[in-house]
Design a protein around this ligand. Structure first.
Ligand code: ADP
Ligand code: ADP
Length: 230
């Protein structure tokens, strides 16, 4: 079943068309790797899926609702179900790791302190950082911070996770630990859209490759077909 239906999506910045008439569907449990050259519009496309970037035209249907038609309050409610992980980890520097993960569930979903703590600890264990609950983000490596950022997004129990080049800012030796967490998520059936340059991930973890160039998805293929020698 469809989690996200993208219909005739467009994004213009002034005279520049960055996203051109994209129509695609993301089904439950799919892991979409969005590949393509720098400047293709990948980041803008991903940000248009949760309205961080307001589309110029078209529809994004999520949970049966066209996100482009919603007001800010309605959008906040739906966005809770879309986790987002950025290139830069964006953790709150003056909060411990545990507090970073607990904040949104407590503030936005009104989850109790005890319940938020329990969920945060489970998520930290899941991303391999059970022993880091009480430290501050600045004492962690980039790879560890990104794993906390993933745990923080998961704490809202999202229906879909959006990743914008989650390993691009990491030192090479830390890429693997973050990809491993993403692979575990995929194995558990999480629906994911991942903008990435990691071809290994696209080939081995993704269920579909969307190849983007010039603001358009030029190819929507299985990894087997996409990576097959011509
Ligand atoms: P990618 O993620 O594939 O590298 P982006 O989505 O970041 O591509 O950018 C696609 C194009 O859109 C680039 O030419 C970029 O300069 C342009 N662009 C992105 N955001 C804006 C903006 N806010 N205003 C004008 N142009 C933008
Ligand atoms: P990234 O690839 O990490 O998303 P970008 O350089 O594409 O970084 O974008 C960083 C920010 O700058 C985004 O908010 C984007 O919308 C904005 N931006 C990118 N290109 C332009 C541009 N040509 N004009 C104005 N804003 C831009």
């Amino acid at each position: 079943s469809a989690v996200l239906e993208i219909k005739n999506l467009e994004k213009h910045f002034g005279d520049t068309t960055v996203i051109k008439n994209i129509t695609e569907t993301v089904n439950k449990g799919e892991v979409i790797a969005v590949l393509g050259p720098s400047g293709a519009g990948k980041s803008t496309f991903l940000r248009a899926l949760n309205m961080l970037e307001a589309p110029s035209a078209g529809e994004v249907i999520f949970d049966g609702q066209d996100l482009t038609k919603l007001n800010d309050k309605q959008l906040d409610n739906l966005r809770m179900n879309m986790g987002m992980v950025f290139q830069s980890f964006n953790l709150f520097p003056n909060m411990s790791v545990l507090e970073n993960i607990k904040l949104a569930p407590m503030k936005i979903k009104k989850v109790s302190n005890d319940e938020a703590t329990k969920v945060a600890q489970e998520l930290l264990a899941k991303v391999g950082l059970a022993d880091k609950a009480d430290v501050y983000p600045s004492s962690l490596s980039g790879g560890q911070q990104q794993r906390v950022a993933i745990a923080r997004a998961l704490a809202m129990k999202p229906e879909v996770m959006l990743f914008d080049e989650p390993t691009s800012a990491l030192d090479p030796e830390m890429v693997g630990e973050v990809l491993k967490v993403m692979q575990d998520l995929a194995d558990e059936g999480m629906t994911m859209v991942v903008v990435t340059h990691e071809m290994g991930f696209a080939r081995e973890v993704a269920t579909k490759v969307w190849f983007m160039a010039d603001g358009f998805i030029q190819e929507n293929a299985t990894p087997e077909a996409f990576f097959a020698a011509p």
